[in-house]
Design a protein around this ligand. Structure first.
Ligand code: SF4
Ligand code: SF4
Length: 274
């Protein structure tokens, strides 16, 4: 279904309110607008200094629950689906333990763990390799830790894709607006991208600015916990202090902010020795 006049006017209204032009609307929000979400006073917005997510794999029990999460993200962000690997664009996806955490697997680990799909997304790293290599500053880190992608400044060189060791970035080989799923439904409140730019998860900055948590977190029935890692009183910090968690490829030094609880392994309370 192509966009009708009502949808168009709705988008035009949003773009005017946000102060962005037609080109920026088609190709993504301008850096100034993206940064405004963190600089303009906004009492509704969730405030944090270093956002992160803890994913409790024991609570993601079925393929359906994972599908619900990935579909929620891709639907609200107008992520195109061309149904082939070469043109795949993904913001949140799954891989096996071995591919998610290479070097951390061993032959004695539980069989179900080996084959379980692990939910992956951009790690919004403390030291993001993607940001260091971008020649136009199209990818940059906000003061709340979100690694943002400005589609308007992206020149499609794909240096960031080569630098990211987590496969978190996708290139638009085709015009995303031609994808069948976007022809059928397009969220008028989120900008579509153009052919030739790189995109990825943005930690739902547009939802945070309205006081909402990321869509994947809301869809997870408590399996994903989002919070400020710099706040010792936050739920995520309490989880990290009480459960054993692992991160993807920690040896590379990018300091990922997505943590995985891979078993029901509360730290035992060690009895005091008298
Ligand atoms: S996961 Fe990749 S794309 Fe995301 S911040 Fe880290 S290096 Fe950049
Ligand atoms: S934080 Fe938002 S953009 Fe990122 S994977 Fe979750 S739903 Fe998608």
């Amino acid at each position: 279904m192509s966009m009708n006049r009502r949808d168009f006017l709705k988008i035009a209204g949003i773009s005017t309110a946000a102060g962005i032009g037609g080109t920026a609307l088609a190709s993504g929000l301008k850096k100034g607008v993206l940064e405004a979400a963190q600089t303009a006073p906004n009492t509704e917005a969730l405030a944090g200094k270093r956002w992160g997510i803890a994913i409790d794999m024991s609570k993601l029990k079925s393929d359906e629950s994972i599908k619900r999460i990935t579909e929620a993200c891709h639907r609200i962000h107008n992520v195109p689906d061309f149904s082939n690997t070469k043109d795949e664009v993904k913001w949140i996806w799954t891989e096996t333990f071995e591919h998610s955490f290479p070097g951390q697997e061993h032959k004695f680990m539980p069989e179900d763990m080996k084959h379980k799909p692990f939910l992956l997304l951009c790690n919004h790293c403390d030291k993001p390799a993607c940001v260091r290599v971008c020649p136009t500053k199209a990818t940059f880190k906000r003061s709340d830790g979100i690694v943002m992608q400005d589609m308007h400044r992206c020149i499609g060189c794909r240096f960031c894709m080569a630098a990211c060791p987590f496969g978190a970035r996708s290139f638009n080989y085709k015009d995303p607006r031609l994808a069948k799923n976007l022809q059928e439904y397009m969220n008028p409140e989120f900008p579509t991208r153009t052919i030739g730019v790189v995109e990825k998860c943005t930690f739902c900055y547009e939802r945070l600015s309205k006081g909402l948590k990321p869509a994947c977190v809301d869809e997870s029935n408590g399996a994903l916990v989002f919070g400020d890692l710099d706040d010792p009183a936050s739920e995520i910090r309490k989880i990290l202090a009480s459960k054993h968690t692992i991160r993807r490829k920690p040896e590379l030094g990018t300091e990922p902010n997505i943590f995985y609880i891979i078993g029901g392994n509360d730290y035992a309370v060690v009895p005091e020795i008298k």
